[in-house]
Design a protein around this ligand. Sequence first.
Ligand code: NAI
Length: 334
Amino acid sequence: MKKIAFFDTKPYDKVWFDKLNKNYEIEYFDSKLNRKTAMLANGFDAAVAFVNDDIDAGAIDRLTENNVNVLAMRCSGYNNVDIKHALGKLTVLHVPYYSPYAVAEHAMAMLLTLNRRLHKAYNRTRDFNFSLNGLTGTDLHGKTVGVIGTGKIGQVFIGICRGFGMNVIAYDPYPAADTDYKYVSLDELFSSSDFISLHCPLTEQSHHIIDRASIGKMKQGVFIVNTSRGGLIDSEALLGGLNDGVIKGAALDVYEEESDLFFEDYSNEVVLDEVLSLLVSRPNVLITSHQAFLTDEALEKIAEITLKNLDDYFAGKPLDNEVVYHPKDSAAVK
Ligand code: NAI
């Protein structure tokens, strides 16, 4: 039986992998995969990793020195893998599609919560504080939502927004054909949107797509939702926009410095990230810790596709979900 070294394991990961796995001996490691921990994979045939593992050149070299020649990412994003360095050494597989509904629904849940101050109301009423002061929201109906990235998740999110009677505009360098919403330039999206939701991958082009300059072009009172990747937003610029009131609220499922924090419990420790501490302390910022994917359906699909990717690899079959670096592509950034 082939052996899998499974990194950065959480209890919810095991549920579906244990249920669906028939062909492998899986050893679950708590540690994240990085250049220091890669040697744990010695004696294994494959490594399985997740969004905040750091699979840089050093980690790839350690894996391949230990004869681990395949890495199965149990997620869609692979911006944390040096795919250029992996070329010709390590086969990298990912799960391009599991549940766009999980992420799009979470984005809307965050938008609604932030806009209608449900996070504040929940805490108040638990304390028998039934005051409504400060809880005023805005109707979504008739408002403009700007969607950046209209792939699988962006399109589901657009459908949800349409259900709320919102006017949808979008930006994507590769626009979809025959849409019932309008593609606009990024500048027009920034200046026209009441809500902006990010659904593009993190690349050199999209890194800090929300920065001081783009915030300067936005409507006063805009809400920003990011369920994509933290590096899409310059967090200090975001704080600036919140301070001067241009940004009325920010819903963040991802954060650019999340890798050592998210998915872990630091409630008994002092977190020294000052930008995150300032964001967390704001009543108009809602943070979840990379939770958007977390539904039963998504976890089942992730396990099913990750195991199938490995089955195909070991059977020498064509690999539908291989990630290969092409020199013409921009390298993904962290
Ligand atoms: P997808 O590949 O179907 O769609 C991405 C879209 O973004 C494509 O249409 C592409 O043309 C567009 N795009 C690429 N560069 C762009 C740019 N610079 N500006 C605007 N658009 C650009 O990907 P999918 O499945 O919709 O996922 C989107 C992102 O969601 C992923 O890259 C990942 O970062 C994030 N994600 C977050 C999860 C979470 O739990 N928070 C879970 C799964 C994905």
